[in-house]
Design a binder for this molecule. Structure first.
Ligand SMILES: Cc1cc2nc3c(=O)[nH]c(=O)nc-3n(C[C@H](O)[C@H](O)[C@H](O)COP(=O)(O)OP(=O)(O)OC[C@H]3O[C@@H](n4cnc5c(N)ncnc54)[C@H](O)[C@@H]3O)c2cc1C
Length: 497
């Protein structure tokens, strides 16, 4: 397993010769690395990607492939939605939470339409079709879907709700692998070389502290790679490194399912730390509790072990997952009613089991071991308000407000109860939006750039995360980092072997 500490850099003066060289050397061939490579090649740089796996793709290729874009993309317009930069900016700032980076959000919003065009130029195709039902992704090859909390209380009052999740034309969860095929093909067509089975180990720095190359392990031997202009770290997050997770984000360990590829082990972050960079937001992560689809389950209520609601149940599954994991080890239940029973032919994606039933709310309450008149009172109050078409306690959207009718059942959704809680990390190297890795003092580390989950990028908060923000961030800011790296000054190096 990769050490969680900074990877100590090698000194240029101790390197006799290099095995490979390029203007820009990129670590990792996921969506951030491939996008950086394309942008650097477009800027005229020679580009080499080092990829630890036997093929490019990374976590991105495992993903559903949703990309968060707005401001009136051709797909939004074709599907009848009108979006504005103001609404998208306001939503993203609120979604970012206390650690928001307004400059980064501004760039992302203002560049969103151009980013859509850039994806088309890489061979992506988006089908102008909206999928209207609440889901974790579009089940067919539809493009547009709500992927966050845009229509939920806390957001909808401040920014007109609009769907911004865009999936390239691929069936179901195939969007990520399709995106990676297109990006890698585009990069290769521009002359980018990809060295697979090659794991970057540490940076090589010159006497000024500038990063001028990398030491890597390739097919059983150490190799040295010269980066004439810059290195771009795009090696993903650290969810597969249990040591780093326990040190930086211990709350993410509680009975969750690690959600990444085996190389999501923080090695890129460690290389950046060793070269003088700082890390930030390392305690943040995306935690998902897929209690839908089917969308009918959004009509259920979520309660704690005292029978009390704590959230508007129409939230995005990430906001729900975070709320429950942060209350661990408190036990939580999804309370369903007669109307949901047939839905268990196709249980919620999270794989919940019914653990208690009751012909009345009181019976269910007793079976769950709750104090008398706690859950029964919650259901009665919820029903009374739902009949009036309102939820004054948590302001759940009226689309999902329906009185719950007996008989009732409870599914346990406590982490560790068998419910599925996939997670990935949102912390990484501190960087400018243009990719320069920053020290604790806020100075740029010369010759070092980063993007994607290797960095602390656009998605700053699990509670505000919308699907598409990570790949949107990785591709958008990957491009900026690649272009910046290609514009870095050339450094003189010993000859490559
Ligand atoms: C099941 C699933 C579904 C998801 N769905 C979505 C979605 O629909 N939309 C969305 O926005 N996000 C989604 N995500 C999250 C998203 O996929 C990732 O956060 C994002 O793809 C990360 O991109 P990246 O370029 O930073 O990293 P990656 O795509 O993981 O690429 C990093 C690459 O670096 C390589 N690497 C690592 N260490 C080294 C090293 N030392 N040397 C050389 N190479 C190295 C890795 O092998 C990998 O190929 C999903 C995640 C999962 C697991």
């Amino acid at each position: 397993m990769t050490d969680h500490r900074a990877s100590h850099p090698l000194r240029l003066q101790d390197i006799a010769a290099f095995d490979h060289e390029a203007d820009v050397v990129i670590v990792g061939c996921g969506s951030s690395g491939a996008s950086a490579a394309i942008a650097a090649a477009d800027a005229g740089a020679t580009v080499l990607i080092l990829e630890a796996a036997s093929a490019g793709g990374g976590t991105t290729a495992l993903a559903g492939g949703l990309i968060y874009m707005g401001c009136g993309t051709p797909i939004q317009k074709a599907c009848g939605f009108s979006d504005t930069p103001e609404a998208m900016y306001e939503y993203l700032i609120r979604a970012s939470g206390t650690n928001a980076d307004p400059e980064r959000v501004r760039l992302y919003v203002d560049g969103s339409l151009a980013h859509y065009d850039w994806l088309l130029a890489q061979g992506m195709h988006f089908k102008p079709e909206y999928y209207p039902t609440k889901n974790t992704n579009t089940p067919g090859d539809e493009c547009l879907i709500y992927t966050g909390n845009e229509a939920c209380t806390g957001f909808a009052e401040h920014a007109t709700p609009v769907p911004r999740g865009h999936k390239g034309q691929a069936m179901g969860e195939g969007g990520g692998s399709m995106l990676m095929e297109k990006l890698i093909a585009s990069a290769r067509a521009k002359g980018v070389r990809i060295l697979c089975d090659t794991r970057a180990q540490t940076a090589i720095v010159d006497h000024t502290g500038a990063v001028v190359g990398l030491l890597a392990r390739s097919e059983g031997r150490d190799i040295r790679i010269a980066a004439r202009r810059a290195v771009v770290l795009c090696a993903g997050g650290f969810i597969m490194n249990t040591d780093m997770v326990s040190r930086h984000a211990p709350w993410l360990q509680n009975h969750t399912t690690l959600n990444g590829n085996p190389n999501d082990d923080g090695s890129g972050i460690c290389i950046g730390l060793g070269a003088g960079g700082a890390a930030m937001n390392m305690n943040e992560g995306f935690v998902c509790l897929p209690f839908y689809p089917p969308a009918n389950f959004v009509e259920a209520i979520m309660v704690d072990s005292h029978g009390q609601r704590f959230i508007n149940e129409d939230v995005y599954h990430g906001r729900m997952g975070e709320a429950i994991l942060k209350r661990y080890p408190e036990r939580h239940y999804m309370i369903v009613d007669a109307g949901h029973m047939h839905d268990f032919n196709r249980p919620p994606l999270g794989g919940f089991r019914i653990i208690a039933t009751g012909d009345t709310a009181e019976e269910l309450e007793t079976e769950l071991g709750m104090p008398a008149d706690t859950l029964a009172h919650t259901i009665a109050l919820y029903n009374r308000h739902a009949r009036e078409g309102r939820d004054p306690l948590f302001r759940k959207h009226t689309d999902y407000l329906r009185p719950l009718e007996p008989p009732y059942a409870a599914c346990e959704v406590t982490p560790g109860s068998g419910a599925f809680f996939p997670v990935f990390t949102l912390g990484g190297l501190r960087a400018r939006a243009t990719g320069e890795v920053l020290t604790e003092d806020g100075q740029a580390v010369p010759g070092l750039f980063t993007a994607g989950r290797n960095s602390c990028g656009l998605p700053r908060s699990g509670a505000g995360y919308s699907s598409g923000m990570s790949i949107g961030d990785a591709t958008f800011f990957g491009r900026l980092a690649g272009a910046s790296a290609a514009g870095s000054p050339v450094r003189t190096m010993p000859d490559a072997r």
